[in-house]
Design a protein around this ligand. Structure first.
Ligand SMILES: Nc1ncnc2c1ncn2[C@@H]1O[C@H](COP(=O)(O)OP(=O)(O)OP(=O)(O)O)[C@@H](O)[C@H]1O
Length: 241
């Protein structure tokens, strides 16, 4: 009995330590062909510093779930809490403020601005707020580029960098606001296996350095097995007219 009480206290403690909690999250898209139920009552939780992999077949809603966690879109029902913010309730400016302060995004296709140097790309998300910041933006961007191994390439434009280097810049950019949570969508999907491994190592090192939570969508079973926790989405998508 004591053991059961202890177990439930432990699980409650774990729940309380969660920096991300999603409960009963559902999302459907309306298309000209009818409604697509993508996520149905999905639960997810992640503690501070934890690495969580989201896996599942193509079309099971992995990217959709990541966009909901990052307030790029809103769920139809269910709750999402991230660093004590009720993400499911955010819209418009409040959602943009949340994205700027609480999360970093890394995508498969880097999305760097082609006309800007690595340093300018990393500074870009906070450039409009530069005067209000209580730290030196350029110095932080330089430090981050150093930490991802590009200390010597700060002046290079994306066209003069390899895919792996461009992804390193994108990771540094995602961390410029020191977010508690990094959301990564197939960050190694566009890279050869060796470069992909290097990028994974960079993400792991930075996660430890900043005690960040890393939530990563991946098709790669090897990467998923390295995660602390794995959320497997089923073939939940169904179409209804
Ligand atoms: N904005 C949208 N409008 C309509 N349908 C969408 C939209 N976004 C995604 N979908 C559909 O929702 C389903 C889930 O898409 P999602 O990209 O979340 O899956 P996924 O598991 O990440 O897939 P993949 O592994 O192929 O990237 C797919 O059928 C997709 O076509």
């Amino acid at each position: 009995m004591e053991e059961i009480r202890q177990q439930s206290a432990n699980s409650q403690e774990r729940e309380e330590q969660s920096v991300v909690r999603a409960r009963g999250v559902s999302k459907a898209y309306k298309t000209p062909q009818g409604r697509i139920d993508v996520l149905r009552r999905v639960d997810l939780s992640a503690r501070l510093g934890e690495f969580v992999a989201i896996t599942g077949p193509s079309g099971s809603g992995k990217t959709t779930l990541l966009t909901l966690l990052g307030a790029l879109d809103a769920p139809d029902s269910g709750e999402i809490w991230l660093d004590e913010v009720a993400v499911h309730q955010l819209r418009g400016v409040a959602a943009a403020d949340f994205r700027r302060t609480k999360v970093g995004f890394v995508f498969q296709l880097f999305y760097l601005l082609p006309g800007m140097s690595a340093l300018e790309n990393v500074m870009a998300p906070l450039l409009p707020y530069r005067k209000k910041l209580d730290f030196d933006l350029k110095q932080r961007a330089r430090d981050l580029l150093e930490q991802v191994g590009l200390g010597e390439r700060t002046g290079h434009v994306p066209a003069r960098m390899s895919g792996g280097e461009q992804q390193r810049v994108a990771i540094a950019r995602a961390l410029i606001n020191r977010p508690p949570v990094l959301l990564a969508d197939e960050p190694t999907g566009n890279l050869d296996p060796a470069t992909g491994n290097e990028i994974l190592q960079v993400l792991q090192d930075l996660r430890e350095r900043y005690n960040q939570t890393l939530i990563m969508v991946t098709h790669d079973q090897d990467i998923a097995t390295r995660a602390d926790r794995r959320i497997e989405l089923g073939q939940t998508t169904s179409h209804a007219r």
